[in-house]
Ligand binder design. Structure first.
Ligand SMILES: NC(=O)c1ccc[n+]([C@@H]2O[C@H](COP(=O)([O-])OP(=O)(O)OC[C@H]3O[C@@H](n4cnc5c(N)ncnc54)[C@H](O)[C@@H]3O)[C@@H](O)[C@H]2O)c1
Length: 267
């Protein structure tokens, strides 16, 4: 399969690449905002990336997905490596932090409810919605041409819970759900599946960095007293992605999947 993964030099995106690259038939293009993004929160991610890039079936391209003119760098790479035959995209770029750092480093907004400064709202919204919106507008026409494709979008359980905190992030991730449902319906006739994963708290370097900055009631996340009492590890989400890309999941489209050990339904 020819697979594109955005936001993939660290965290969950990198782990998806690691799992999917085990199948040597997969040819994978990773994208990220810049070379520095990989080590912004942990050097471990950079080491994993460097190891992964030794595989012949893994390629990387850096571009800021907020800027439509930078998307061209990715489409050129898709043309060169995939000859425009793209089978799947995982729109993973995002995160619950504002800022314009070129390494997508950042801290939580100090005011994170609807009183959040508008500039920070825009930054979080663009990081989570525009990054998927801009790239999908380029990928969908290619998939339509090929008459098949699998699109996986990444939202969050925050979009499913009406929490007053995380206002900008949950608004953006709700837009991802809305967009995913519209795309799924529109693309039925083109044999393109669209599914959206809403991960619950998942241990990544960015998650651990921002955890320290959350309010005390939020840091209780790690006390494992919600849902099934487990905190997701990156493999939990990557394994689900591997399944959604497999033949066994062809029955699914337009689904919004809470992958959270029952976090969004439990006490
Ligand atoms: N870890 C969690 O607990 C959790 C929970 C729910 C949803 N998610 C979502 O999963 C995804 C991955 O999260 P993560 O924890 O690995 O965080 P992360 O910050 O490590 O990963 C986000 C990736 O997106 C990239 N990115 C950010 N802005 C970009 C831009 N403008 N252009 C291109 N790339 C950009 C970053 O460089 C990074 O590689 C995100 O969409 C996040 O919102 C994570």
């Amino acid at each position: 399969m020819n697979i594109l993964i955005t936001g993939a030099s660290r965290g969950l995106g990198l782990n998806h690449a690691k799992i999917l690259s085990k199948n040597k038939k997969n040819n994978i293009i990773l994208t990220d905002i810049s070379e520095g993004a990989s080590s912004a929160f942990s050097n471990k991610d950079k080491k994993t990336l460097n190891k992964l890039l030794k595989n012949k079936n893994i390629h990387i391209i850096y571009s800021n997905l907020i800027f439509t003119n930078e998307i061209k760098l990715i489409t050129t790479k898709i043309k060169k490596i995939f000859k425009n035959k793209i089978d799947a995209i995982i729109c993973n770029a995002g995160g619950d932090i504002p800022g314009e750092s070129i390494t997508a480093f950042g801290n939580k907004s100090k005011t994170n409810d609807y009183m959040i400064p508008t500039i920070e709202f825009d930054q979080i919204y663009k990081r989570n919605f525009d990054t998927a919106f801009n790239i999908l507008k380029k990928i969908v026409p290619l998939m339509k041409k090929n008459k098949h494709g699998k699109i996986i979008t990444i939202s969050s359980v925050n979009a499913l819970l009406d929490q007053s905190n995380e206002f900008a992030y949950s608004t953006a991730k709700n837009s991802i759900i809305h967009f995913s449902k519209i795309l799924a319906r529109d693309l039925l006739k083109h044999n393109i599946q669209v599914n959206c994963i809403c991960p619950g708290p998942t241990v990544t370097s960015r998650f651990l960095h921002t955890l320290k900055q959350r309010k005390k009631n939020e840091t209780n996340i790690l006390k494992k007293n919600k849902g099934l009492g487990r905190i997701a590890q990156p493999n939990d989400i990557s394994n689900l992605i591997e399944f959604l890309l497999s033949k066994n999941a062809e029955i699914l489209t337009g689904q919004i999947i809470a992958a959270d050990y029952g976090y969004s339904i439990g006490k």
